[in-house]
Design a protein around this ligand. Structure first.
Ligand code: BDR
Ligand code: CA
Length: 313
């Protein structure tokens, strides 16, 4: 089982990623660091706590992460895609009162599991960058691997013409994560946009899921489907960006990679743009700064695993 420390901003696809992680037999969720992004950090905590309580997994620590980017600027949230509280039409019951750990807990978890730990970041990069700064290089280097959902190597992006939301949100933090992180795999928008849940899959999950998430899963996916239909007409279904990122942890052989150093544009004009030297003979870069960029994946295998996991009891 892969031990996962998840940094996220649930948000519908992050929420489905949490459910997937809890249901998947090969994944062991050891902590969730909640951050701002799709919703406020406070809402991300409540949503995470609700999902963990549905699964009876209140033993998994929730750790309060960043409430805004390093620059200190105003944060924009995305109710039009994720609903006013981040779970589509679902409201977190009032009796959900999460116990939230201080940020040191994230460092403690990294120290505890070291090279057994996989870090998955499906939100803005600020919280993970904070962990890297506080933990120090030696501890960061001890982590087994890091999977980061972000970037758009093919235009358009989803938040500006050239940028994807997670790396746009805090490009300074994203640069820090990509610079300091070792064994980083980037799962960009170019492929996550193809990880869609079509009508047939929606129906299959509705009819077959028999687990604590079944109602919320159908409601959130249908809301997400409608939102994406308006956003990108003609798409076969809503893309579960963050779930694909977790799938890459358990099925790396189902992806095709290009290895390059990636930096994120911090300029005002093209903020959040992912930059990599894709020439056949790129300029030489220090080995430790090279990232694995996933450029393609086997959709049918992903689909089969996703459906099988989401209907698990
Ligand atoms: C990413 O941005 C968020 O809206 C999603 O949850 C995903 O992590 C896609 O650009
Ligand atoms: Ca996310």
């Amino acid at each position: 089982m892969k031990k996962i420390l998840l940094f996220g901003d649930p948000g519908i696809d992050d929420a489905i990623a949490i459910m997937y992680c809890l249901l998947h037999p090969e994944l062991d969720l050891v902590g969730v660091v909640t951050g701002y992004g799709n919703v406020t950090e406070e809402q991300a905590r409540d949503n995470t706590a609700f999902l963990l309580s549905l699964a009876g997994r209140e033993d998994i620590p929730i750790i309060g992460g960043a409430k805004g980017p390093f620059s200190g600027e105003f944060v924009t949230y995305y109710p039009e895609i994720h609903g006013s509280d981040g779970l589509g039409p679902i409201k977190v019951p009032e009796d959900i009162n999460p116990k939230v750990f201080g940020f040191q807990k994230a460092i403690d978890i990294i120290n505890e599991y070291k090279n057994e730990l996989t870090i998955v970041d499906t939100g803005r990069s600020t919280s993970l960058a904070m962990a890297f700064i506080l933990a120090g290089d030696e501890v960061v280097n001890s982590v087994n691997s890091i999977f980061s959902m972000g970037g758009a190597f093919l235009y358009p992006g989803n938040i500006t013409a050239v940028a994807e939301a997670n790396y746009y949100g805090d490009p300074i933090a994203s640069n820090l994560v990509l610079e300091k992180g070792r064994n980083v795999t980037i799962i960009p928008l170019n492929i996550t946009n193809k990880a869609v849940v079509d009508q047939e899959m929606l129906q299959y999950i509705k009819e077959n899921a028999d687990n604590p998430f079944k109602n919320i899963l159908d409601a959130t996916l249908r809301y997400y489907d409608k939102a994406y239909e308006e956003l990108i007409p003609g798409l076969a279904g809503p893309p579960v960006h963050d779930v694909l990122t977790l799938y890459a942890v358990i099925a790396p052989e189902q992806f095709v990679y290009v290895n390059r150093r990636v930096t994120i544009d911090t300029s005002e004009q093209s903020r959040g743009r992912t930059i990599a030297d894709f020439r056949a003979n790129p300029d030489e870069e220090p080995a430790e700064t090279i990232d694995k960029i996933a450029f393609d994946f086997n959709y049918n295998e992903f689909k089969a695993d996703f459906l099988k996991t989401m209907i698990r009891a």
